[in-house]
Design a binder for this molecule. Sequence first.
Ligand code: PAF
Length: 292
Amino acid sequence: MEVVDSVEQMRAARRSLGESVGVVLTMGALHEGHLALVREARADHTRVIATVFVNPTQFADGEDFSQYPRTLERDLDMLRDAGVDLVFTPTPAMMYLPDHQTTVEVGAAAEGLEGERRPGHFKGVTTVVAKLFNLTQPTTAYFGQKDAQQVVVLRRMVRDLNFPLQLAVIPTYREADGLAMSSRNVYLSSEQRIGAAALSRALLAAQWVYDEGVRDPAVLRGAAMMALESCGGEIEYIAVNDPRTLAPVLAARQAPLLLSLVVRYGTTRLLDNCLLPGDLNIRAGLTATLGA
Ligand code: PAF
C-alpha cells in the first residue's frame, strides 16, 4: 500500500492506477463502517484509494475540530489489511493554499436538517469532496447511509458539476445493539452509550408502523419519539423528508420517505436514519434512492 501526502504525489500515483478505481473518503478514526465501504470498493474495482483528512472547513464554529480523534497509524494498518492500494493523507495547509478563494456550495438540499444546525458544514464538505474527486478521479465513490443528507448534497453536486463518477451508498454499519458506528461514539459515557441504542429502536418502531400501512409523517415521527423516551439524551429532531430533494414531507404519501433523527448527549450529536419502506435500506435501494 502506497501512502502519499502531497497533491503532486497524489496526482502521480493516480496516473499509474488505471481506469477502475473505487474511492473511500474519510476523516480517519476508522471503524468497521469505513471498512465495509472499502470492502464494497474492493469487490467492484481493480484499485482502491482511501483518503484520510480531518477537513477543518466542515466544522462549524464551536465544533470539535481540534478534539476530533486522530489515529493515523492505526488507520493505515486497517486500510492496509483491508487491501487498499493508495492512501492520501494531506495536511490542511496542502489542501487549502493561504490565498485560496474558491468554494463549492449546493443550494436547497444543503439548507435544512444538518445544514440548518451546522452553518457552513456542507459548503466545507462539498468543497473538499470536489477537490478530492479531482485528485483521486474515482469510477465510484462510496459513502455510508448514516450521513444521508451528505450523500444527497453530493449527488446534487456530482450532477450539477458533471463529475464523471457514480456514488454508491452502503447501509449503516451497526454495533450489536443497533447503534450506528461513528467516530464520535468514543465521546459517550457508558450510561449514554447504553441509552444510545434507542436510536436504532426508534427507526425500527417507525418501520413497523409504516409496515402496518401508516403513511402520515406525524404518526411515523410519533412512533420514533416514543421509542426514544429511554435514550437519556436530548432529542434534537425527528424529521421526515423526500429522500431525493430533502423537502419536508408534511402529508401522507406513497413515495419513499427518509426518516432522520438526531439525539444530543452533552456536546455529542448522534445521527441515524432509515428509508421507508424498510426494504430500501440495502445497497441497491439506498444507491437508487439517495445516490447516483
Ligand atoms: O463523511 C466524512 O467523513 C466527511 O464528511 C468526508 C466525506 C470525508 C469529507 O471530509
